[in-house]
Design a protein around this ligand. Sequence first.
Ligand code: ADP
Ligand code: MG
Length: 303
Amino acid sequence: MLCVKNISFAYSTNEVLKDLSFEVDRGKTLAIIGESGSGKSTLLRLIYGEFDLEEGEVWWKKNQILGPAFNLVIGYDFMKFVTQEFDLMPYTSVEENIGKFLSRFYPEEKEKRTRELLKVVELEPFAKTKVKNLSGGQKQRVALARALAKEPEILLLDEPFSHIDNFKKQSLRRSIFSYLKENNISCVVATHDKNDVLGFAEDMMVLHEKKVIIKDTPERIYENPKLPLVASFFGEFSVIDNEIYYAHQLKIVETSHHKAIVKQPYFNGENWLIEAEYKSKPIFVEHHLKLPQNAEFYFDFFK
Ligand code: ADP
Ligand code: MG
């Protein structure tokens, strides 16, 4: 189990995290969300032991994770970290990058493991391609495969699918997270994409102003986001009488006590997102038809 106890951290005088505590069980995934600059990457680097902690402790099972003051080489075999920079060898092939840390004394094992991982990240056709000739998204997939190569017990992912296009994203996500589940690997993933969380993470944590402001299951946070900041992670929403409503929770009806006027319709694939004005404030309503600008409509709440 990963155990983070009362950690605080500052870059010189800039305090980034203050008194954070949480746990992640074996085989479970915790998603960390928060605005840019809220400290997600810093938190992952602290868990990895990249910096010395001023206060608090990080443990994986019976091992205390210690910073550079105590370790000549940063990192532990049981923990792998895929950063936003990837850190690959550009002039060698995809398969060599993936197999880099596997023992060359067991060539058959190494070959088999490399094949398996190429499949997980869907890069089989690129096995012999030099990394420098890959796209950003493909490089990100090589980095993921390489992190999994030596069977870590815990994986830290910093916005792991950010460079990967939508054609591949969904299937890759399913593939990676099923691999983690099958192999009982714990995961802490920093993300700004709700699709990385919903359906994959058992727990979700919101960082804001140096603190964990919410930690719960994604389902419960989605249903009761409490703050506009949290709701905005999941999609468009309106605040009406201090209540938060997602766009699909406001429905256009024949008649009601709530009349609004269309500002701008936006096509979103399945539906139209209607930006409207209600009591001089902006609201967002989802509707199956396009409504013209300045059209008036009635809506009601369906929560
Ligand atoms: P996030 O990943 O949520 O965007 P970061 O952890 O990267 O947030 O950054 C948190 C805060 O720490 C920001 O204010 C950022 O400017 C600062 N910061 C990040 N890395 C460094 C660094 N190496 N040195 C000094 N300040 C940093
Ligand atoms: Mg970051």
